[in-house]
Write a protein that binds this ligand. Structure first.
Ligand code: KG4
Ligand code: ZN
Length: 365
């Protein structure tokens, strides 16, 4: 029997300033988002085509107090009713992490509450527990602007990484493709929308690392191929709207096929490592999981392999503090106490290699 907790979560690792209150128990009998406040910084960064760390840090420092105040008010519970305060300590941009940790520390000290350090990636990884009460162990594909991870999730602080990107993150590849084709920022939704009018078969784009065993992925060759096709079209007289749509469709299809094939391999590996898991879950998270073409393909891969497919609602796929509060709840319940120190690089799994990682938040997990 696990105890019910009310947890305040704070997130500021990239370009969302977020605070949320979650009530539940780590056995997942009760899991309720009482409030979920997210201030995005899109308008501050869009003219630069990417997140500017100094601008992000300042915006977090300005907005955090307001986010916390609103999250508490909307939850109808005062700070003194919180069992703990959970805060993202990494991976992410140092300025934002410092602002979040300082805010959480101040609140915890002032109200005499325990402070729980949360890895941002674990927040994403445990989201299907909050949304669907998914039992451990399960397979997770985390695809965002800064990360690409296949994880076996066994419990708070207990994750095994079985695949990763050897270069760019998928969201980064979507964003760079959008930039190459002048579609604006953030690129993922723009590429997806433009691809609807395109012919995915017209441009031949590579599916990198398909011939290599295992679940690692690569996106930089794909991005380069987009640039080569674009330059060829320009040299041949210019890019029409149809050319742009066809190239978007081709890029999205390549990313979709690559992630679906590696997901099938990840499911096979999961079965080997966890032979006793009954009807296990395959969950996706991260901003790129918003992509419908990708979701549809992953869902059919899951059902063909007898995995239960789970994709959190879009508002919980992208960065938010409800996931941080939930991960904090599970950590608090499990008695996992780590120092709340900002960690721009913070591997989620013991077998992660720092040097492999790159993304919009810089080298990280
Ligand atoms: O998880 P997220 O909100 O932030 C982090 O990176 O942590 O993910 C943002 C990424 C961006 O690169 C964005 O272009 C991508 O997710 N994205 C998409 C879509 N919506 C957002 N990529 C492809 N298709 C989409 N519909
Ligand atoms: Zn994220």
């Amino acid at each position: 029997m696990t105890t019910e907790r009310i947890i305040l979560g704070i997130e500021s690792s990239c370009d969302e300033t977020a605070a949320a209150v979650v009530r539940g128990d780590s056995g997942c009998r009760r899991r309720e988002i009482l409030s979920n406040i997210v201030f995005d910084q899109m308008d501050l960064h869009s003219e630069f085509g990417g997140v500017v760390p100094e601008i992000a840090a300042r915006a977090h420092a300005e907005k955090l107090d307001k986010a916390v105040e609103l999250a508490l008010r909307e939850s109808t519970f005062p700070l003194k009713r919180m069992d703990a305060i959970a805060v993202t300590v990494g991976p992410g941009l140092i300025g934002g992490l410092l602002a979040g940790v300082a805010t959480a520390q101040g609140l915890a000290l002032g109200a005499g509450k325990p402070l729980v350090a949360v890895n941002h990636l674990e927040g994403h990884a445990l989201t299907p527990r909050l949304t669907d009460g998914l039992p451990y162990p399960y397979l997770m594909l985390l695809v965002s602007g800064g990360h690409c991870l296949f994880l076996i999730v066994r419990g708070p602080g207990d994750h095994e990484r079985i695949g990763t990107t050897i270069d760019d993150a998928p969201g980064e590849a979507f964003d760079k493709t959008a930039k190459l084709l002048n579609l604006g920022y953030p690129g993922g939704p723009m590429v997806e929308r433009t691809a609807e009018r395109g012919d995915e078969k017209r441009f031949k784009l590579p599916r990198p690392l398909m011939d290599r065993p295992g679940c690692d992925v690569s996106f930089s060759g794909l991005k380069t191929a987009v640039r080569v096709h674009r330059d060829q079209q320009i040299a041949a007289g210019g890019m029409s709207e149809q050319d742009v749509a066809d190239l978007c469709a081709g890029f999205q299809a390549a990313a979709r096929d690559l992630l679906a094939e590696k997901s099938r391999r990840a499911m096979a590996l999961f079965r080997q490592v966890e032979p006793h898991a009954q009807n296990p879950g395959f969950a996706v998270a991260g901003g790129v999981a918003a992509n419908l073409a990708l979701r549809t393909e992953l869902e059919s891969a899951a059902s063909a392999n007898d995995f239960r497919f789970l994709a959190p609602p879009l508002s919980l796929c992208t960065d938010n503090a409800a996931m941080i509060a939930w991960a904090g709840l599970e950590r608090f319940d499990a008695g996992i106490v780590e120092p709340a120190l900002p960690r721009p690089r913070f591997p989620i799994a013991g077998n992660s290699r720092n040097d492999l990682w790159a993304g919009k938040k810089g080298a990280k997990v």
